[in-house]
Design a protein around this ligand. Sequence first.
Ligand code: FES
Length: 105
Amino acid sequence: MPKITWKVSPTEEITAEVKTGITLMEAAVSNNVPRVIGECGGNMACATCHVVVSNECYDLVGEPNDIEDDMLDFTEAERTQNSRLSCQIRVTDELNGLVLTVLDY
Ligand code: FES
């Protein structure tokens, strides 16, 4: 199972082995990652699953589509260049080692 890391503060991170096929939002919620809520259940209607993908890993997940790009304007913490909605990224073996940051509000 691929290992995913969420940086949740400058000094704290959560690393978990995650099943393939689920979304990174579902993986975060099931691992109690703070501030990844997934309020709309992955329907791209809430932006509460906002994460920032590390520069080194961004090519693995790629760019958001136009709808996701629009929704990223509604994140609680201001979006960055590498922001993604984690409900739109499915876990695959290729994502092993992925590092995400969960911004503070
Ligand atoms: S869970 Fe609502 S937009 Fe991702």
